[in-house]
Design a protein around this ligand. Sequence first.
Ligand SMILES: [Zn+2]
Length: 430
Amino acid sequence: MIFFLSFIVISIYAQGPDTFTEIDVLHYSGQVEPDITNKSIQGKVIIQFLIKGKDQGKIKLDCGELIIESVHIGKLAVPFDHRNNLLLLPYTFKKDKRVQEVEILYHGKPRWGINFFPVLEEVYTVFSTAQWLVCKDSPDDKATLELSLIMPSGLQVISNGDLAQETPLGNQKIMYVWSQKIPAPTYTFGFVAGHFTQLTEQRGKIRFQYFAKDHSEAELKQIFAETGAMLNFFEDHSGVPYPGNVYSQVLTEGNVFQEMSGFAVLRSSYGKQVLANALEINLLAHELAHQWWGNQVTCLDWNHFWLNEGLAVFMSSAYKERRFGRDEYLKDIDVYLKAYQKVVDQEMDKPLIFSDWSHPTSDDRTLVYFKGAYVLHLLREEMGEKEFWNGIKLYTTSFFGKSVITQNLQEAMEQAAGQDLNAFFSTWIK
Ligand SMILES: [Zn+2]
C-alpha cells in the first residue's frame, strides 16, 4: 500500500509544481477523543465543501503534524500526501455534485494547539486548530461545526455553540456533541475539559457559564459580574445581537487568553486579579469583544490582524469608560500609547497593515494590539463621538459573518463621517 501511494505521489510531482483547487468549506463534523494522560488524540472529520472556480489540481487541507490514517471520498479510499503540515488530496470529486464530502481519520500527539494537564485531568485547545482537527485553517473561510468529544466521565466539557447531546458510552466515557450553527472561522473552534466549579446565570436568551477549579461559586459570580453589562454594551455599539445562546468563560491552568466561538479560556491567576481589583476587567472584555470583532467580522488574512486585535483592545477600554469613567479610559489609552512609543523609539514602527505576518515579532504584536487601539482612539477624536460610533456600527453590521480588510473599515468610517479619511488612514494605518 505504501509503495502504491509513493508511486502516485511521484507521478504527481513529475507533472511539475503544485497547483491547487480553491475550496469553500461549509461544515465540519468532527469526532475527537483526547487521551489526557498520554497527551495524544484520536480523531475523525467529515468536511463538506464547495469547489470554487475551476479544477486547478489538488485539494489542500491543513493537518499540522497529525498522522493521517485514511482519506475517503464516499466509500472510496483515496491516496493522499502529507507534507509541510498540509494534507494534499487528488482532485477526484464528482463534477455533478454541488457539495463535496471527504472523510479523514487521524491521530497524533500535538506539540501545540492543544494543552494537556494530566495531573489535573484538564485539556483545552488554543488557536492552532489544524493541530487537532484536519481543516482549512484560514481565517477567511467560515463554516459550521458539529464536534463530538469523547471524554472520561466526571469532567465538565465546554465547546462551540450549544451542547446538543450527551451520551454515556458505557466504558467510563461520555460523548458530548456540541453544535456551532453560526459559521465561524476555524481558529475559533475549540474545547475545554476539566474538573471545575461551575456557575450558570440565565439573562434573557443568553446563558452565561463560568468555570474555575480553585474558586467558589460566590467568587465566580464576583469575577464575572460585569459579563452581562459588557455584552449589552457590545450589542449596543456593534448594532448586532450576541451570535449565540451561550457564553462560557473558563479559568484554566497555563498562561492563556484565547477567544473561541461562544467561549473564552483565561489563565487561572487572572481570576484573583479581578477579585483584588474590579478595574482589571480588560481581558474579560477583550475576549468577549472578539465574539463580534474577530470571530464574526474577521480579518481576511493575518496581514489585517489589527482589525481583530486593535478593535478588541479598544473596545475593552470603551467599556471601561462606560463603567468607570473617562479617566480610566484615558489611563488605558496612555498605556497603549507608551507601549507603541517604545516600538517607535526602537525604530521598529510599521504600518498596521502588515506585508507579511507569517513570523511576527513581539514588537509586531505590540503594534497590532496597542498601536491599533491607540489609532482607533485617535480616529474617535478625529471623527467625533456620534460619527465614530455610527461608523463602528455600519462596519460591524455590514460585515458581520464576513471577511474584512482595512479598506472596509475606512469606507464605513468615511461614510459615517461624511468626509474623506484617507489622510488619517495613510498616516496611521497604511
Ligand atoms: Zn485578542
